[in-house]
Design a protein around this ligand. Structure first.
Ligand code: 5GP
Ligand code: MG
Length: 186
C-alpha cells in the first residue's frame, strides 16, 4: 500500500541546512561573551540540535529535558508532563531552549517557566518551525527557522506515530494521508 507514493516534502535537507547556517550566525552573535547552555526538548529536537550546534565556533554546553504533551494524537493534548529533568546546573547561565516546533505554546511555555526555577541568567527559545496560527498560550520564540501554516508535518525529528523522525527532510501529511511506505491495516 502506497509504495509508489512520494512524500510531500515541505523543506529539503539542503533548505534546512542553509537556514540553520543563518540561524547559527545570529545566535552566535547574540551570545558573544555569554555562558551558553542549550537545553533541547526531547525527542523532536534531536536532529535539529545536532545540526545546529555543529555550526558553533565558540564553546557551549548542551543538555536535555523530556516532556510529553502530544501522545499519538495529531493535536496537542494540553497536559505537560516532566519525563526527564535537566542534569546540568544552569544557575547564572544563558539558556537557549531548542525545540522542533512551536504550536499551541503549551510545551515551551511550561519548559520556560520550569527552567526559570533554576535561576538562569536568561532563557530564550529557538525553534526550527513555528505554526503561525497555533498559539493558545502566549509564547514567543526568539529564533525561528521557518513559519508554516497549520498542517501536520513529520521528518527531521518530528514523528508520525513515533516513526519517521530519522528522515533528513520535513514532509507534510493531509488529514487522511499516511507517510509513503506506512502499512495500513484494513
Ligand atoms: P505545543 O505544545 O506548542 O502545542 O506543541 C509542541 C509539540 O507538539 C512539538 O514539540 C511537537 O512534538 C508536537 N507537534 C506540533 N505540531 C506537530 C506536527 O505537525 N507534527 C508532529 N509530528 N508533531 C507536532
Ligand atoms: Mg516536541
Amino acid at each position: 500500500m502506497g509504495e509508489d507514493k512520494q512524500a510531500r516534502i515541505l523543506f529539503t535537507a539542503e533548505e534546512i541546512k542553509s537556514r540553520l547556517a543563518e540561524m547559527v550566525g545570529r545566535i552566535e552573535n547574540d551570545y558573544r561573551n555569554k555562558d551558553l547552555v542549550v537545553v533541547a526538548v526531547l525527542k523532536g529536537s534531536v536532529l535539529f540540535l545536532a545540526d545546529l550546534v555543529r555550526g558553533f565556533s565558540r564553546p557551549l554546553a548542551f543538555d536535555f529535558i523530556g516532556v510529553s504533551s502530544y501522545g499519538h494524537s495529531r493535536t496537542s493534548l494540553g497536559v505537560v508532563n516532566l519525563e526527564k529533568e535537566i542534569s546540568l546546573d544552569i544557575r547564572g547561565k544563558d539558556v537557549l531552549v531548542v525545540d522542533d516546533i512551536l504550536d499551541s505554546g503549551r510545551t515551551l511555555g511550561w519548559v520556560k517557566e520550569h527552567l526559570h526555577k533554576f535561576a538562569p541568567r536568561s532563557v530564550k527559545i529557538c525553534v526550527l518551525l513555528e505554526k503561525e496560527a497555533g498559539r493558545v498560550i502566549e509564547v514567543k520564540a526568539d529564533y525561528v527557522g521557518f513559519t508554516i501554516p497549520d498542517v501536520f508535518i513529520y521528518g527531521y525529528g518530528l514523528d508520525y506515530r513515533d516513526r519517521y523522525r530519522h528522515l533528513p527532510y520535513i514532509a507534510q501529511l493531509g488529514d487522511d494521508e499516511v507517510p509513503p511506505g506506512e502499512v495500513v491495516d484494513e
